[in-house]
Design a protein around this ligand. Structure first.
Ligand SMILES: [Mn+2]
Length: 238
């Protein structure tokens, strides 16, 4: 199914919250009927509807992204709302618009994986909120396990969010804010396999594909679709 904004556009913030309220109720409905919520989103804001639909009090977030997505209106250098979804999902940014009415995930139940392009205010915020940050190098050094063990003590299930810009530029050029030095698809799959070994994965979102930036071979689209299939396979076989 496709989820669209329920009313006319007024502001970006109200559009994001409106569409995510619809997404949250659809996720709730899917879970209640025994279906698995798998979302292909234009940007990372879908995390709001996913977490609210899955019950924020018992859900850990494992967030794969080259960027922090942890800015607030006070720290953002760009003003982009798309740089704030993880901060909004945890109530750090725009709390009155989202987390207070809809619920926010405890930031200590969040693992951020693959960051390599953080703004200074995000580095401070991630540390201040005790988010577990696992860089690409940390991941290769086995640093994911301790972070997962810590969040598993605070949650009954995990929501896995993959911004495909976490992948290396060479395999996923079709994103708006590409950053070199990223992960291979197999590294993401292996990391999600490790998540599923610790907590049941209750929902997956894969976001931020921009067809206008993809190459002629459709490298990112192909990689993204393959990755979604593999992630569902990983999650379904637990
Ligand atoms: Mn993102």
């Amino acid at each position: 199914m496709t989820i669209e904004r329920p009313g006319p556009f007024t502001t970006e913030l109200s559009a994001v919250t409106a569409v995510n309220r619809v997404l949250a109720s659809e996720v709730r409905r899917a879970v209640a009927s025994g279906s698995f919520p798998l979302v292909a989103g234009g940007n990372c804001n879908v995390a709001l509807g996913m977490t609210a639909g899955l019950d924020t009090t018992q859900t850990a977030i494992v967030w794969f992204d080259a960027h922090g997505d942890f800015n607030t209106p006070q720290t953002t250098p760009s003003g982009f709302l798309d740089g704030m979804p993880l901060a909004m999902a945890t109530g750090r940014a725009h709390g009155n618009a989202w987390a207070r009415p809809m619920g926010g995930v405890d930031a200590r139940a969040v693992v951020h994986v693959g960051a390599r392009d953080l703004d200074p205010g995000e580095v401070e915020g991630l540390a201040a909120e005790d988010v577990h940050v696992v860089t690409c190098d940390d991941l290769r050094d086995g640093g994911l396990a301790a972070a997962l063990a810590a969040v598993a003590r605070r949650a009954a299930r995990a929501y896995v969010h993959v911004d495909i810009d976490v992948l290396d530029l060479a395999v996923a050029p079709g994103v708006d804010f590409a950053s070199p030095g990223g992960l291979a698809p197999a590294e993401v799959t292996a990391a999600v396999t490790a998540v599923a070994a610790v907590l049941p994965v209750a929902g997956v979102s894969v976001t931020a594909y921009d067809p206008q930036r993809d190459d002629e071979a459709g490298t990112t689209r192909t990689t993204g679709l393959d990755l979604m299939c593999e992630l569902v396979d990983v999650v379904a076989h637990r």
